[in-house]
Design a protein around this ligand. Structure first.
Ligand code: T6T
Length: 324
């Protein structure tokens, strides 16, 4: 486990990126600080709240006026009205985590046509012309690391199940791809039962696990591709008394997930750097508004968290928080 986990610590150097102070943005004609709005994928969820904290700190440092908004569910039908309302207020730039690769293309195209600079954080849309900068974890690599970690946990053999949120979310789709490619390429003793979708709902993730345990009592491992899927899956394993039989690796490191790690419910978490994603998003937004160079793609680090390294200072720094 330690070998795989040591190897699986992902170091994706963050590309240097342009920054810039506040002040009168070029091309907008308006005076005063650069105005930026961060549109989260889900308000109140620790990944996006940690992102907002990073964005707020950078905004304060650069003299940027930052507004943060987000839908109450990770749902494009709820996020789109927020985008439309923000566009009507005409900020200089929008940072957004699109909740669907296709559904957010039209509203973001409207924003682009009004010369609002768009920075994509965490997730993307299928239209490559949208997003002057795209900032996220290397999710394909993260999925591969999860596969290595889970294989180590289950003795490189047995049935595994992937639980994700919804098809069409770029981040978790890439994690699934990375996971399945690694299993297929290097773990012949492991058979994947495929992917089931929790719609980012904790209770639904639990229900999926309960059904999977009934259908495949010899289930050996679970990969949960995001925070709520992992929390729900872990709860089901604990309540079913299957912690000794089924091992789990989950993406993200929110408070509930860290407790599950401490309680032995989950074997490893893959912590992203949402705070850094938010901060770099603000930097790129200011650079774009001021006509300075912008970095098109910025991959950020992801780190495997285990019981063994949880209390080290470096790991404590990457755990998500509910507010700042
Ligand atoms: O895993 C993160 C994020 O990277 C993903 O795009 C959606 O789910 C989370 O927000 C966690 O809930």
């Amino acid at each position: 486990m330690r070998k795989a986990l040591a190897l699986a610590t992902l170091l994706l150097t963050v590309a240097a990126c342009g920054g810039g102070g506040g002040g009168t943005p070029s091309g907008t004609g308006s005076s005063g600080p650069v105005k930026v709005t961060l549109i989260q994928g889900l308000a109140g969820e620790e990944f996006y709240e940690t992102m907002a904290c990073g964005a707020k700190a950078k905004a304060q440092e650069l003299g940027v006026t930052l507004d943060v908004q987000g839908p109450q569910k990770f749902d494009p039908t709820l996020q789109t009205p927020i985008v439309n309302s923000v566009v009507a207020g005409h900020p200089d730039a929008i940072l957004i985590a699109p909740t669907d690769v296709k559904a957010l293309i039209a509203p973001l195209t409207q924003a682009k046509q009004q010369d609002i600079k768009i920075i994509l954080v965490d997730t993307v849309v299928d239209d490559p012309s949208i997003g002057l900068s795209r900032i996220s974890s290397d999710n394909l690599k993260g999925g591969g690391a999860a596969a290595k970690a889970l294989a180590e946990q289950i003795g490189d053999k047995g049935k595994v199940l992937v639980i994700s949120t919804d098809p069409g979310v770029s981040s978790v789709d890439a994690r699934i791809k990375g996971f399945e490619e690694e299993i297929k390429a290097s773990h012949p003793g492991i058979s994947s039962l495929g992917v089931q979708y929790s719609n980012n709902d904790v209770a639904k993730a639990s229900a999926i696990v309960n059904a999977a345990l009934a259908k495949d009592p010899d289930l050996a491992g679970i990969f949960a591709t995001n925070l709520n899927s992992a929390t729900g899956a872990g709860t089901a394993l604990q309540q079913a008394g299957k912690l000794d039989k089924v091992k789990m690796v989950g993406f993200d490191a929110g408070p509930a997930q860290v407790k599950q790690l401490q309680d032995g419910v989950v074997s490893a978490l893959i912590a992203q750097l949402p705070g850094e994603i938010g901060a770099k998003g603000v930097e790129q937004a200011v650079a774009a508004v001021k006509g300075q160079p912008v970095t098109a793609s910025i991959p950020t680090d992801a780190t495997i968290v285990t019981k063994d390294n949880l209390n080290t200072p470096d790991i404590q720094k990457v755990l998500y928080k509910s507010g700042c």
